[in-house]
Ligand binder design. Structure first.
Ligand code: RP5
Length: 162
């Protein structure tokens, strides 16, 4: 089995990594090879262009893009690749991520970004969602995803405790 990355995790800043690492952790747990890069739409536009336009030919299947504030990164990446792009709104300092959410979710019709929840839950779910795409053609990942979901279900007690 190849270890070449099939999921690309990109983020606008080093400061996004503590959130985006949760997506990486899920992919580690589910056995999905990924790469993680800092790619800023406004600070490193050429890096974004190179990344997005080469992503498919380099073997990536899915891109997870996290950004905060005026969060152009997921939409700009989606504009330059045919791959599915999942956007994670980072919880910003000024507006707690509502700015990030609206920037990412309100794509005009024609260039979709699948938008997750703000912050940690969004990053975790982006990892699970990306793995579920990979699982469509990878039985090992599909099995791990089934086990993950079964274990999660089994961990939920029926009765609340004081
Ligand atoms: C965005 O600006 C990044 O995605 C980050 O969430 C936000 C703040 O970046 P830093 O000022 O922390 O580098 O581009």
């Amino acid at each position: 089995m190849s270890n070449a990355p099939v999921v690309g995790i990109i983020m606008g800043s080093q400061s996004d990594w503590p959130t985006m690492k949760l997506a990486a952790d899920v992919l580690d747990d589910l056995g999905v090879p990924y790469e993680a890069k800092i790619v800023s739409a406004h600070r490193t536009p050429d890096r974004l262009y190179d990344y997005a336009t080469s992503a498919k030919e380099r073997g990536l299947n899915v891109i997870i893009a996290g950004a905060g504030g005026a969060a152009h990164l997921p939409g700009m990446a989606a504009a330059m690749t045919p791959l599915p792009v999942f956007g994670v709104p980072i919880k910003s300092r000024a507006l707690s991520g509502k700015d990030s959410l609206l920037s990412i979710v309100q794509m005009p019709g024609g260039i979709p970004v699948g938008t997750l929840a703000i912050g940690d839950a969004g990053a975790k779910n982006a990892g699970i969602l990306a793995a579920s795409v990979i699982a469509l053609h990878d039985n090992l990942v599909a099995d791990k995803l089934d086990h993950f979901r079964a274990a999660q279900t089994a961990s939920i007690a029926e009765d609340p405790v004081d």
